[in-house]
Design a protein around this ligand. Structure first.
Ligand code: 13P
Length: 340
């Protein structure tokens, strides 16, 4: 099979009406941070248990078409001895892999960051593929201030995302391109719009330079929202309008799907905002979907609390969030559905 046919098949499996992606690819420090409030130690066994519980949730594949895994998870097994990518597959979920190695400060661009991990990436991807990964994710991070991101930060991060995407496609892996404009700060929604537009513009310019086939990519952007510490309040409709305006200005129609990160929004906010987008904008060229980490996992984590006896109700809590986000994909979510 040619790499293009392979990527076409992967896109068809991942981009489906009423479905989105779950991110369960937290690095070691991040998963420790998520487990801490529920007093669960981040051991290999606890991470295996948690991620196995998620991937084996009955019915999850009705709303989730892809799962972004962390490297360790690719080789872990469920209690019956099946690898976790196979567990996902059995549930109708395509397995993918986070391949970046996290951020460092970007020299000579005070306050900006840059992501590492390009060296040896093609070789790593070939191994991940044999372990069941069909797509990858790479995240660049853009802090927002009056002076950040700098023009240098915007250019460098775009170039790296494009290089990553080109490497993925050379081995038949679909790249999820994630330019995360951070929600932290006091900035207004207008400032967020300005940054998201500039960032996405640079990213698509770079993807074009690197001859990345847009049809075999997925964009994972931030929604345009006010900063978390801002006194501005924005309605889901405001967020939907600004977000789609920035997307229309920057993202070519060849891109099949836009799967937002939740980035620190509450589970309900992330669902409401996605719903507003799909309710208002019904004939955009791309799907407007989700690729949530915290907004899908947090209610389930709180239900679990590290207790084996909570296994079933935890899966129920996860399935509920997946179902409500599935409804938001169609613009048919209502807040009253939270109570059902
Ligand atoms: P959040 O939805 O928690 O922001 O996580 C998504 C993700 O994969 C960030 O890289």
């Amino acid at each position: 099979m040619s790499v293009n046919t392979e990527m076409q098949d992967t896109i068809e499996a991942m981009v489906q009406k009423g479905k989105g992606i779950i991110a369960i690819d937290e690095s070691f420090p991040t998963i420790a941070k998520r487990f801490k409030p529920i007093h669960v130690e981040s051991t290999e066994e606890n991470r295996r248990y948690w991620r196995s519980l998620i991937l084996s949730t009955p019915g999850l594949g009705d709303f989730i078409s892809g799962a972004i895994l962390f490297e360790e998870t690719l080789t872990q097994k469920n209690d019956a001895g099946m690898t976790l990518p196979d567990v996902a597959d059995e549930n109708g979920i395509v397995a993918g892999i986070k391949v970046d190695k996290g951020t460092i400060a970007l020299d000579n661009a005070d306050g900006d960051k840059v992501t590492e991990g390009l060296d040896g990436l093609a070789e790593r991807l070939k191994v991940y593929k044999t372990q069941g990964a069909r797509f990858a994710k790479w995240r660049e991070v853009y802090p927002v201030s009056t002076s950040n991101p700098t023009p240098l930060g915007v250019e460098v991060n775009a170039e790296i995302l494009a290089r990553y995407a080109a490497i993925c496609q050379s081995v038949g892996i679909v790249p999820i391109v994630e330019p995360e404009v951070l929600i932290d700060g006091e900035h207004s929604i207008e400032r967020s719009f300005e940054v998201v537009e500039a960032v996405q513009h640079a990213v698509y310019h770079a993807l074009h330079r690197h001859k990345v086939i847009l049809e075999y990519t997925i964009l994972k952007p931030s929604m345009v929202t006010p900063g978390k510490e801002s006194t501005d309040k924005a309605s889901p409709e405001d967020i939907a309008n600004y977000t789609v305006k920035a997307l229309r200005r920057t993202v070519p129609a060849a891109v099949p799907s836009i799967n937002f990160l939740s980035g620190g929004q509450t589970a309900e906010e992330a669902t409401e905002n996605l719903n507003a987008m799909n309710a208002i904008f019904q004939s955009e060229p791309w799907e407007l979907s989700f690729s949530y980490g915290r907004a899908l996992q947090q209610p389930a984590l709180d239900t679990w609390g590290g207790k084996k006896e909570n296994h079933k109700i935890t899966q129920k809590a996860l399935l509920k969030r997946a179902r409500l986000n599935g409804a938001a994909r169609n613009g048919t979510y209502k807040f009253s559905m939270e109570k059902e």
